[in-house]
Design a protein around this ligand. Structure first.
Ligand code: AMP
Length: 437
């Protein structure tokens, strides 16, 4: 399958080839033809599958082929977080760069002045978070009477974050005649019920259910006491081959504490969470993307949907108590078919969460033992030891401990050694490993 075969117009094909997209991802190959025909869509897809382009490309094509003489909001995309809204905006910049279409992104936590200015000048596509959207609508800056396309993105997260009433209010403002697209990583009954109030006779597409983790992500768990997690993190980050890592903590306060500890050890780190101003969050994210900060420490809500090219490492400083959050977190790596490594620190108190996660993903996550900060408690027999896995011998130095080994499961001494090599191989594109059902 190629983008040409999907019947896309030249300005889009040129844009895609200029950013190096050669083949549609499974969600794109499935959704684009449905959306070009004008059907509503109910899509179960997690971030990292290429879902943004799956909805952005056909929407751009519809707007270009059905020209309007005036600039009016014809597309509304609602997404739960500011970061996600900005990223969707950037995707429209990319895919629509050879068209005359205009879009803007609105979200709370910043002055509304420039957002209102953009709205006054006129846009075809509006991308926003629910609160600011309703706020600016109430102030009269947004008119939705000419809307032809509505996208609800990350619907499950929207509900988790308590936006259900805002979403229902937004839906009431939309014209009845429209094409609606509904994206969610999970599809429990509550989400399905919400979808049925928005969609009319939708086509359904499902790509890599949330309970499955990408095959390209190498997962590991370290049993460690909570009190030793900082030391273990520093130990792991002594491996200079780890150019950047996204670290997840359960709380905002916890994220700030990790940043402080890392900074004390000369490891550049910044936090991204809901207590930070929008500017501070954006700065932290840009610094991380540009590799001027090595570690980004994030809470779940702030990190949702963050798209970082070639992110090879995700570290769960704490195990999430909601199993699906684990899948979302580690999905920050292994994106777009690239490979990645997901490391989880597990204290005795967190073992039940680990058990639930393993049940959900149907994988026994290999345990790294022999590291310098082992748990003072007994390790469950249900998990198996990395060192005991024959198949791992070829990819690590377990059989021959050496000073320059970067296998974090052993005491790493002399981490400044230039000869230190990582057990992690460079990300490779591997779209077709993903399942479409
Ligand atoms: P998304 O799931 O929309 O957040 O996309 C995840 C990542 O995949 C982003 O970095 C996209 O730029 C990238 N991507 C999306 N579609 C393609 C494609 N067809 N070929 C290569 N990369 C893609």
């Amino acid at each position: 399958m190629t983008f040409e075969k999907l019947g896309l117009i030249d300005p889009i094909l040129d844009a895609l080839s200029s950013i190096g997209y050669t083949h549609p991802t499974p969600i794109q190959a499935e959704s684009i033809p449905i959306l070009l025909k004008g059907h509503d869509l109910l899509a179960c897809a997690q971030t990292g599958t290429g879902k943004t382009a799956a909805f952005a490309i056909p929407i751009i094509q519809h707007l270009v082929t059905n020209k309007s003489n005036q600039r009016k909001i014809r597309v509304l995309i609602v997404t739960p977080t500011r970061e996600l809204a900005i990223q969707i905006g950037e995707s429209f910049d990319d895919y629509g760069k050879y068209t005359q279409l205009k879009h803007t992104v609105i979200f709370g936590g910043v002055n509304q002045f420039s957002q209102v200015n953009d709205l006054r000048k006129g846009v075809d596509i509006l991308i926003g978070t629910p609160g600011r959207l309703l706020d600016l609508y109430t102030q009269g800056y947004i008119k939705l009477g000419d809307l032809t396309h509505f996208v609800l993105d990350e619907a499950d997260r929207m509900l988790d974050m308590g936006f259900i009433h805002d979403v229902k209010r937004i839906i009431k403002l939309l014209p009845a005649q429209r094409q609606s697209l509904f994206f969610s990583a999970t599809m429990p009954d509550s989400i399905f019920a919400l979808a049925s109030t928005i969609l009319s006779n939708p086509e359904r597409v499902q790509v890599t259910p949330v309970s499955s983790t990408a095959e390209t992500i190498q997962q590991e768990v370290y049993f460690v006491d909570q009190a030793n997690k900082n030391d273990l993190l520093i130990h792991i980050l002594k491996d200079r081959s780890i150019k950047s890592a996204l670290v997840f903590t359960r709380t905002k306060h916890g994220a700030d504490k990790v940043v402080k500890v890392l900074s004390r050890f000369g490891i550049s780190a910044q936090a991204i969470h809901g207590n930070k101003s929008q500017n501070a969050r954006q700065a932290a994210l840009s610094n991380f993307k540009e590799r001027s900060t090595r570690v980004l420490v994030a809470t779940d809500i702030a990190a949702r949907g963050i798209d970082i090219d070639d992110l090879a490492y995700v570290i769960n400083f704490e195990i999430p108590n909601i199993s699906e959050t684990y899948v979302h977190r580690i999905g920050r790596t292994g994106r777009a078919g690239a490979s990645g490594r997901a490391i989880s620190f597990c204290d005795i108190e967190e073992r039940p969460y680990l058990r639930d996660i393993q049940k959900l993903i149907n994988i026994q996550i290999p345990v790294v033992d022999g590291h310098p900060f082992p748990s003072s408690k007994h390790v469950e027999p249900s998990s198996f030891s990395l060192a005991s896995q024959k198949h791992l011998l070829h990819r690590s130095n377990h059989s021959k401990p050496s000073k320059s080994s970067s296998s974090f499961g052993q005491r790493v001494q002399g981490t400044d050694s230039a000869s230190e090599t990582s057990t992690f191989s460079k990300p490779k594109k591997k779209w077709f490993k993903r399942k479409v059902s």
